[in-house]
Design a binder for this molecule. Structure first.
Ligand code: HEC
Ligand code: HEC
Ligand code: HEC
Length: 429
């Protein structure tokens, strides 16, 4: 009886394993065994250099102070750290022996040249929508870089996440190779924007939110916001007017935000400042307009109900005092911000600012604790910085400040416990 049960269980396991293996091979054309690395044309290389900006490949594939694209930067996940590899054409440690087919398979199917399944810290669930032509251009560009000999760092993942079997199950559940399907009744600009946002721009990798197994919902099409794992920054919903929605912004302001890092209604912070710095500031005006057209057309969700819990009057009083002492010099006594005579934003206004009112208040706390810089861009070459207050103010003081600023703007209180939790994340991030 027992043996029969064991046999049955084994058979079921084998069937499941076969199913998972089959799901992991979906749509994969066999790789030609004799395919050789090939150099691209000058126009492919130029196109690839531009697309590498659109995908911000260098941001993850460059270690701090290391050679560009030579890998070694760790991406922290709740399951451990995944190290981005060497993309330079070194034959031993980089992509020197890869064929264009193998490169395409990595981008489109998330499988390395040696057949290994890749972790989705590499945003291939988004890159799977990139066209073969664009993949070939990226490949040509990477092959044109100076070869850097730098062996890849092994990932530091916890068991069982470190196994290919666990990754295969994850992929069977959450990953489908896809392609970008143009919507004929939308404008060419909208379609171009959709291709960039959902593909190389991998906006959903942050703005989509992730489930407890690290997957972005709706196959990476959702942009409805989420906390970035391990970094404690909140990537706000791009489809909500009270978060990061831009439906009611003039197109030119959206373009300015992505190009310069500042726009009349605010500047970019933290991880978004990195996106502007490494990626969107380098994009052509027509592509930025296309992204703006797509973002502006996203169906908007109703704003969430404001948190109407009243704040403790003593906390509000403490917050008001702290603001006058620590913040008013730059942000203005009436939280109105300051501009240069030429109209350049020096210090953002805090009243009516979505960073202040947004739920959850993670970014408000993060920016007070860690300070920050707007990215240096051609349109804003010498941005002012905000000093970090994490050492000067304790959790209760930061909570009081945040609570008072939010109360002025109709949003609910922040507790010292919330501040303590948000403080935990790495200062550099
Ligand atoms: C958000 C961070 C991130 C971005 C952005 C990113 N990558 Fe990666 N990439 C990774 C990580 C992490 C890995 C390692 C995955 C693994 O080994 O399982 C990786 C792996 C790869 C691999 C497979 C390397 C190998 O040895 O198997 C290729 C090819 C690659 N990336 C190309 C690119 C290109 C091209 C871009 C830009 C279009 C890009 N990546 C953007 C994080 C990133
Ligand atoms: C690495 C994570 C990450 C990626 C990738 C990312 N974002 Fe963001 N984004 C954020 C975070 C965090 C914020 C909130 C901080 C802030 O207000 O700048 C943000 C804010 C924004 C805002 C609101 C800014 C404001 O001032 O109101 C817009 C618009 C935006 N992102 C668009 C995009 C687009 C378009 C893409 C893809 C091209 C993208 N983001 C990719 C993390 C990311
Ligand atoms: C020395 C000047 C200075 C002081 C003092 C200062 N800030 Fe800032 N603050 C800035 C600058 C510059 C920025 C824009 C930098 C950025 O976005 O990274 C900023 C950004 C912010 C933001 C994000 C707003 C947005 O639209 O992105 C908030 C919130 C904020 N400050 C709150 C505070 C609070 C609260 C205090 C007091 C504890 C304070 N600041 C003190 C200069 C200052």
């Amino acid at each position: 009886m027992l043996t029969r049960l064991i046999v049955l269980l084994l058979a079921l396991t084998a069937l499941l394993a076969a199913g998972i293996a089959a799901l992991n091979l979906r749509g994969e054309a066999p790789i030609a065994p004799d395919a050789r690395p090939q150099d691209g044309t000058p126009s492919q290389i130029a196109q690839g250099a531009y697309l590498a900006r659109a995908g911000n490949c260098a941001a993850c594939h460059t270690a701090r102070g290391g050679a560009p694209y030579a890998g070694g930067r760790g991406i922290a996940t709740p399951f451990g750290t995944v190290y981005a590899g060497n993309l330079t054409p070194d034959a031993e440690t980089g992509l020197g022996r890869w064929s264009a087919d193998q490169f395409w398979r990595a981008l489109h199917h998330g499988r390395s040249a040696d057949g290994r399944l890749l972790y989705p810290a590499f945003p291939y669930p988004d890159f799977t929508r990139v066209t073969r032509d664009d993949s070939d251009a990226l490949y040509a560009f990477l092959r044109s870089l100076p070869a850097v000999r730098q062996p890849n760092r092994p990932h530091a993942l916890e068991f069982p996440y470190s196994t290919q079997a666990a990754l295969a199950v994850w992929r069977a559940l959450f990953f489908r190779p896809g392609s970008f399907e143009a919507e004929p009744d939308r404008s060419p600009a909208w379609n171009r924007g959709a291709y960039l946002v959902r593909g190389l721009g991998h906006c959903a990798a942050c703005h989509g939110g992730r489930n407890f197994l690290g997957a972005t919902p709706e196959g990476g099409l959702s942009l409805s916001g989420g906390v970035i794992p391990m970094r404690q920054w909140y990537a706000p919903a791009l489809d909500a007017p009270d978060q990061a929605g831009v439906a009611d912004w003039p197109e030119g302001e959206v373009v300015a935000l992505l190009r310069d890092g500042v726009a009349p209604r605010g500047g970019v912070l933290g991880p978004m400042a990195e996106v502007v710095l490494g990626s969107t500031q380098h994009l052509r005006e027509d592509d930025l307009r296309a992204i703006a057209a797509f973002l502006k057309a996203l169906p908007q969700r109703a704003p969430s109900q404001p948190d109407a819990r009243p704040a403790d009057p003593q906390v509000l009083e403490a917050g008001e005092r702290l603001y006058a002492d620590q913040c008013a010099d730059c942000h203005g006594a009436a939280r109105e911000g300051r501009r240069s005579a030429a109209g350049r934003l020096l210090y953002p206004a805090l009243d009516g600012n979505r960073v202040v009112t947004m739920e959850p208040p993670a970014n408000l706390v993060r920016v007070i604790v860690h300070g920050g810089y707007l990215p240096a861009t051609a349109g804003n070459p010498r941005p002012f910085g905000m000093p970090p207050f994490g050492l000067r103010l304790d959790d209760a003081q930061i909570a009081a400040l945040a609570t008072w600023l939010r109360e002025r703007n109709g949003a609910g209180p922040v507790s010292p416990l919330q501040v303590a939790r948000l403080r935990g994340a790495a200062a550099t991030d």
